[in-house]
Ligand binder design. Structure first.
Ligand SMILES: [Zn+2]
Length: 233
């Protein structure tokens, strides 16, 4: 695992990462050349992956009270569990953990389009692959009224991932998992979720997952096992 300077930690890369791919002292270059060299370096040293998992809201703000939900508390754990269950089945996913707090720059909004986080997804996600964008939600306040009754929520975008989302929701429910499907029609807020709209069309299976933070680790692991089974099918 290594950290990018502006927004991402890359873990579990299929085929490994060559850190020696560039000998140019990037810091001395003008900004525009720096960006170009960085983009090339990412493209050349990061092999494509058939499964990419992102956690854009992983970075918490230690000064922010928990009720402000400055980060997705359960999403990193859920992504690691999904990663582990996929590896158990012989897959080598790319797990991309955001390291910018959403208060400063939300990696799930267009303002983050030029970060290393976004460039790395673009470089890693093989056409026709699987893309899973992982989030989590609290069960206090509004969320308790709707989402809180479910162990996880899947967000569908008609024309992007509605079929895959319906399929996986059915699979999860057959496995005894309480699962809700949200869409821009049922929840307009969903329209603001940028990553799935940007990268979903590139994938054969694009999913956006919201995990209930009150679910026990055992149930979360079980749900991610069922999801991994579907993604490997
Ligand atoms: Zn989130």
């Amino acid at each position: 695992m290594f950290e990018f300077s502006d927004g991402a930690t890359l873990a579990g890369s299929a085929g490994g990462v060559n850190k020696k791919g560039c000998t140019v002292p990037l810091q001395v270059l003008p900004r525009f050349l720096y960006d170009i060299f960085k983009a090339i370096r990412y493209d050349s040293r990061v092999p494509m992956s058939t499964i990419v998992i992102t956690v854009p809201h992983a970075k918490c703000d230690p000064k922010s009270p928990r009720e402000d939900h400055s980060c997705d508390f359960a999403a990193p754990d859920g992504a690691q569990l999904l990663n582990a269950h996929l590896k158990k089945r012989g897959k080598l996913p790319t797990l991309l953990i955001g390291n910018i707090n959403r208060t400063y720059l939300d990696l799930n909004r267009p303002a983050a389009a030029n970060t290393a986080f976004h460039r790395t997804i673009a470089a890693k996600l093989a056409p026709g692959g699987v893309y899973v964008d992982m989030h989590s939600f609290p069960t206090e306040g509004y969320w308790d009224q709707v989402w809180g009754q479910n162990e996880l929520v899947l967000c569908a975008y008609f024309g992007i991932n509605d079929i895959a989302t319906a399929d996986i929701a059915a699979k999860l429910r057959r496995g005894g998992i309480k699962c809700r499907v949200e869409s821009p029609e049922t929840l307009p807020l969903v329209k603001d979720y940028y990553l799935i709209q940007k990268f979903g069309p590139l994938a054969r299976i694009p999913l956006m997952v919201e995990l209930n933070e009150s679910v026990t680790p055992e149930r979360r692991s079980y749900a991610m096992d069922v999801l991994a089974h579907y993604l490997c099918g």
